[in-house]
Design a protein around this ligand. Sequence first.
Ligand code: LLP
Length: 419
Amino acid sequence: MHEFKYRRNQLYCEGLKVEELARRFLTPLYIYSKKTLLDHYLKLKKAFRALDPLICFSVKANSNLAILKTLVDQGAGLDIVSGGELFRALRVGCPRKKIVYASVGKTNEEIRAAINAGILFFNVESLPELENINRISGLLRKRTRVALRVNPGISAGTHKFITTGESTNKFGIDLSTAYDILQNRRYFVNSDICGLHMHIGSQITQSSSFVKAINKIVQFIYRLKREGIDLEYLNIGGGLGIIYDKETPQTASDFSKSVSPALRKTGQKIILEPGRFIAGNAGILVVKVLYIKNTPKKKFIIIDGAMNDLIRPALYGAYHSILPLKVTGYGAQDTEKYDVVGPICESGDFFAEGRIMPRVHEGDLLSVMSSGAYGFSMSSNYNSRLRAAEVMVNKNKASLIRKRDTCQDLIRNESIPRI
Ligand code: LLP
């Protein structure tokens, strides 16, 4: 499942002791296992091999150039949502015909840049956006390929902040509007509507909602076919859940088995946009215990990492397992109930609340597991904290793939005006 394992009571990432990496690169530190990253990509590729889909890694999950390059070198495409992500995709040499671009609010500049780059297609999220892409394409004298992101109106049974396929969500186009657009596609003279896209949410652990949504779209595809509208692509988005705690998510092969027959019948080229499934368990965040603070009501472990480094617990109440780097000497009786908190001036700055853990001491190092997706990519400089360093491990080698911020980085774009 992943390459962060204990050997002789020490946590290793592939062939390297995590503790040594933390001493060398300091903390807070993101560490990624290249093998785990590739294993997950290949697992999905294998599960879907009969359909031979284009797997576009969702850049928002982890946008580090080294991560993107590793996947692109294996044949992955990229799912982007901004001009910045387009820049990253081009920087790692992603073939342009393997880039798909979603987002409800693409600006004129972003649309122009993506058209000029020659991406595979835009995932269009509204009629006004389609009109705008069509207009800009005309100005650039280009014909642009677009897929309509449809909103199937289906609950994904996940956290409400990461549910995207319900009819009250801002994402996608309802099926009846999509139908009207397709009926009138000849009016969008600079656009080639070549596919449909859906993405119903993230961290989905059961395939039933995927199956429901896909069946609904497949029915829609048949309705279109009957009317002579034959589209080339079906992009089923991302959303596959992973294990953070006690979840029992569908495996890639279960998922494939439950959706492939219906997908195959459409005859369309299939695209997947996984983010978390590939990167989530491939990364950890290593933090150091600064203080143990005992209050009349609670014991707090105060660490040097904070919500600016990993916001998922604060934002979604997300669970991340927190493990000591060394397990020597702990017995079952040596556990305590702790809140694991960062130094930021907000009570929401916690990684765990009321967590039973082996007893922890000042100076100990802890690993916050499954932090490879939506960890560093959602980090910030809040409280003028320096963003963490990132390291990639490949067998017995580690390389720094992002330097820790410096104070100069914090103020690089600021100036004090003389007014
Ligand atoms: N495609 C589209 C259009 C998306 O919006 C997303 C994620 C993905 C693909 C990839 O989804 P995944 O396979 O990673 O579930 N920050 C949240 C997750 C937000 C997901 C946003 N969209 C978290 O930390 O749980």
